[in-house]
Ligand binder design. Sequence first.
Ligand SMILES: [Zn+2]
Length: 249
Amino acid sequence: MDIKREVTENCSGHDRVVKFLRDQLLSGSLKAGDSLLPERELSLKLGVSRPVLREALRALAMIGAVEIRHGIGTVVTKPDVSLFGEFFTFVLAHQPNVVDDVMQARIAIERQAIRLACSRGTQSDYDRLADCLREISDTIHAPEAGGRADYRFHETIVSASGSPTLISIYQSISLLMQRSHLDRREQIIQVEGIEAFLIDHHRAIFAAIVERDEDQADELLSRHFEIGADFRRRATIRMFDFPAVTHRP
Ligand SMILES: [Zn+2]
């Protein structure tokens, strides 16, 4: 497939308005807080009718890219990425095994994020990670609160990466990840040795980040996912560990 710059000639009026805003943002000509040209001027500039312009701006307002302020005009806004969590959940929910598949995206994002966190992490990131670690320890016997604490620890690593793109992608699948954290925690909590593993392993990951040891942090995180999957497999065996039922012919 050829990768070309988009041409506007064949675009619908709606697409032209959307492309205009996107291009202006990417080139830095517009940023959050800036006002768009008045409706009449903008419709002339883009060669679209005013009803089409209005409709396109309303659609952009729905995704939080602009805000239509009556009596003032249209102002550029930064969409709240957490809104897309719902959107992605609906998109991905159609797939079978979505929670397992989201795990693959999570591994890819977190392994790069932890490397960046080692070089870019700040004292306030370490403090937040230490709080999360304490929370993991305090909630170790409660699957729901424990699953949430575990999620927050990993989310804090991604935010310590300082990469807005990684953080946004991670947030957009956060609803599905939180669900997977909870499901896993409920499954594995019965497995022997899980509590010590959960506390010790998160602490070791935390130490590697603070030591700024990228390879060690990545290696530990990769093992974290593997061991997590292993505990989950063992939890599946336990599900069949019920007393034998007498079989009557
Ligand atoms: Zn974890």
